[in-house]
Design a protein around this ligand. Structure first.
Ligand SMILES: Cc1cc2nc3c(=O)[nH]c(=O)nc-3n(C[C@H](O)[C@H](O)[C@H](O)COP(=O)(O)OP(=O)(O)OC[C@H]3O[C@@H](n4cnc5c(N)ncnc54)[C@H](O)[C@@H]3O)c2cc1C
Length: 416
């Protein structure tokens, strides 16, 4: 007799991508089990700001009010400081007939956000098992994914079976790796990020800040509760120079830049400096028979544009109906359904993938970023448009066209 399944769908990872997928599946009546190696609340190395459109999904998940009650900061937009010292400010303002869900983004500690979001999935019936580390993916005799191997903290392994497995296990996804779905490329930036939280940094306002120079970029954002998230992102090649001294490196970064140093006089670092990297990965396609990837497990390029959480939430919301269709349809149609998921992902995120690469190039070549900051400081409507695209409520097509890109990166060099 066939063994009873442990769930219709096993979701590996209970971060924003896994929670959003589980929420949509559970709401559609699917029996879903989320497995996460961590115990929540758990931290995640991140700059912790969310685009305005993330609030739309959090509202649909019925968790936005609780997040608002937790005391997040409200972000009006973004400020970029170019290597030559030019500043450009863009706001999350209605633009070209497009309106954000809210005219501000949220910034909130991941220890708070992720637990609330995962509880949102629990509230609609998803089962969640914490401290459950997935170590492998099982396949049946046809090669189709049929479950996972889970390790409890005490070290004993269990096999769990399901009709479908979702890999929402973030960067370095075990599901992606075991099925050979994820890859990095030598053309992807290899960067290392250091993140810490401070109190009493001076003059931190309602704009998230990015300070770019020849060595990397530095972000400051108010995340509510009197805390500021402070991040340094540098090429991986500098990791050797850093050695074990990541805190000294971080302190030195601030101390050696007068425009930052003066703002950290009297500031207090209240968390350890956490490090992560390299982080650029992609999967093409993000599925195999019986499984699909979502969130960072499927794609992540660079944190500069700050859209990973939105992409994770949106990815889960998009993936769930395809899984429901695959589970309810004839088995031989499953591959066609999952190919349609891949197509939907490209249509949803393809423009963003291009934009992230263009921004990544501008960061690596200060000439272009200096020009862009000049253009954006002179023409606020261009800055708002770009921030609206990064804020996920304006289509990328409005900036991914030769005219906008010329006006951004090239023409300021011909104007004094
Ligand atoms: C330095 C940095 C700064 C960033 N700043 C921002 C920002 O400001 N705004 C923004 O929107 N995005 C930002 N991002 C990106 C953002 O953090 C991610 O895109 C987002 O967390 C992706 O969500 P996820 O659910 O896919 O993955 P995660 O949030 O990483 O969740 C994955 C979950 O899977 C679990 N897991 C992993 N492996 C296993 C396993 N084997 N078994 C079981 N469970 C497992 C983990 O415990 C975790 O809970 C930043 C990223 C970096 C690196």
């Amino acid at each position: 007799m066939a063994r009873e399944l442990d769930a219709d769908v096993i979701v590996v990872g209970g971060g924003p991508a896994g929670a959003s997928t589980a929420h949509s599946l559970a709401r559609a009546g699917v029996d879903v089990l989320v497995l996460d190696r961590a115990s929540f609340p758990r931290d995640k190395t991140c700059a912790e700001y969310l685009s305005p459109q993330a609030s739309r999904i959090l509202s649909d998940m019925n968790v936005l009010d609780e997040i608002e009650r937790s005391g997040p900061a409200h972000l009006a937009g973004m400020r970029v400081r170019a290597p030559d010292g030019h500043y450009a400010d863009g706001e999350f303002a209605s633009n070209h007939g497009f309106h954000p869900f809210r005219d501000y983004g949220l910034a909130v500690r991941r220890t708070i956000l992720d637990e609330i979001v995962l509880n949102g999935a629990r509230a609609v019936g998803a089962r969640v098992e914490e401290l459950a580390r997935v170590t492998d993916v099982a396949k049946n005799h046809t090669g189709r994914v049929s479950g996972v191997t889970v390790m409890a903290p005490e070290g004993e392994a269990r096999s769990l079976t399901s009709r479908f497995v979702v890999g929402a296990d973030g960067l370095r996804s075990v599901v992606g790796k075991r099925l050979d779905l994820t890859h990095t490329s030598r053309f992807f930036p290899k960067r290392l990020a250091l993140v810490a939280h401070y109190r009493n940094v001076r003059d931190v306002g309602a704009l998230g800040e990015m300070h770019v120079d020849h060595k990397g970029y530095f972000g400051i954002v108010d995340v509510g509760g009197g805390l500021m998230n402070v991040a340094v992102v540098v090429p991986m090649s500098r990791a050797r120079e850093m050695g074990e001294g990541r805190t000294e490196f971080f302190d030195q970064w601030i101390a050696s830049r007068p425009h930052l140093a003066e703002r950290f006089v009297g500031a207090e670092r209240v968390t350890d400096v956490r490090a992560t990297g390299p982080f650029a990965t992609a999967s093409r396609p993000a599925w195999a028979p019986g499984t699909a990837l979502v969130g960072d497990a499927a794609d992540f390029f660079d944190p500069f544009t700050g859209e990973g959480i939105y992409a994770a939430l949106r990815g889960g919301e998009m993936l769930a109906p395809f899984i429901v269709e695959a589970l309810r349809g004839a088995p031989q149609k499953e591959n066609r359904v999952l190919a349609a998921y891949e197509k939907a992902r490209r249509s949803e995120f393809g423009g963003k993938w291009k934009l992230e690469r263009i921004v990544g190039m501008a960061i690596a070549y200060p000439y272009f970023l200096n020009n862009a900051a000049k253009a954006l400081s002179r023409r606020k409507e261009m800055a708002d448009l770009l921030v609206g695209v990064a804020g996920d409520f304006i289509p990328t097509g409005l900036v991914l066209n030769p005219r906008f890109l010329f006006n951004l990166f090239i023409s300021p060099a011909f104007r004094t």
